[in-house]
Design a protein around this ligand. Structure first.
Ligand SMILES: [Zn+2]
Ligand SMILES: [Zn+2]
Ligand SMILES: [Zn+2]
Ligand SMILES: [Zn+2]
Length: 251
């Protein structure tokens, strides 16, 4: 055990700088250094400053430090792993030096593990084993489409509102969340668009049906009112008014 310069207790040791170093400081201050346990240093201070895969210097090229602390060129790790068949299980992609699993287990949250996940995010062989990218980055492409759909729906609601019928909106209340509810980060982007367009069309056509229905209703109402009014006026012309009755009574 030793003390890193940041005063964290550590059992790790930088072979290049010959000093104790904690995991965080390896990342910031010793990215190209050979690091191992202090015990290992005491047993054998010899080390090769080269990539175990291509046997060339680690001072050039992008590097990746695995959870076992072994350091390789990122390119070399990717080339080696891409050579394995596609259905290879996660535990068969191992460090060429110590044979520990390259991809950190899901429950490992150390700074080194986070960096490994980021560095391998674009590696074909590693993608199936890495956590899915946050939805926000995927949605950034879809956002404008969603805005257009939203404005369409709002316009559609507005035309319905001009009929001032409170029964119309609640019946369509659940429709709006359903349209966006089917959006799923894992779903095929183009498939999603298709579904949304279909749902939107159905939604708008159902609105049109309602509009026609209410137009008819109002028309029938007006016709009925005119008929009833004219019947009443015809009837009233046959019945003498109270004033006429009074005059007739007096006579
Ligand atoms: Zn430190
Ligand atoms: Zn160092
Ligand atoms: Zn290499
Ligand atoms: Zn290793």
């Amino acid at each position: 055990m030793g003390l890193c310069k940041c005063r964290t207790v550590t059992n790790l040791f930088c072979f290049d700088h010959r000093k104790n170093v904690c995991e965080k400081c390896i990342i910031t201050d010793h990215p190209q250094c050979i690091v191992n346990s202090y015990l290992q240093w005491l047993q054998d201070s010899d080390f090769k400053d080269e990539c175990a895969i291509c046997k060339t210097s680690l001072k050039e090229g992008e590097l990746i430090r695995l959870c076992c602390l072994d350091l390789f060129h990122l390119e070399c790790i990717n080339a080696k792993c891409n050579m394995l068949p596609e259905n290879t299980p996660i535990n068969k992609y191992t460090c060429p030096t110590c044979k520990r699993q390259i991809i950190p287990s899901e429950n490992v949250t150390s700074p080194l593990a986070s960096i490994i996940r980021v560095k391998l995010a674009d590696s074909k062989w590693a993608i199936p084993f890495l956590p899915k990218k946050p939805a926000t980055t995927e949605n950034s492409n879809n956002m404008p489409i969603m805005d257009v759909n939203l404005s369409n729906i709002q316009n559609a609601n507005f035309t319905v509102n001009t009929y001032d019928d409170r029964d119309v909106l609640p019946t369509h209340g659940p429709t709006k969340p359903q349209i966006f509810g089917i959006r799923d980060g894992d779903e095929d982007k183009y498939g999603t668009k298709k579904n949304e367009n279909n749902l939107l069309k159905e939604f708008i056509s159902s609105l049109n049906v309602h509009q026609r229905f209410y137009k008819k209703k109002i028309l029938y109402g007006v016709i009925a009112f005119i008929i009833i009014f004219s019947i009443l006026s015809i009837i009233s012309s046959f019945i003498p008014s109270n004033a006429e009755k009074d005059i007739n009574d007096k006579i």
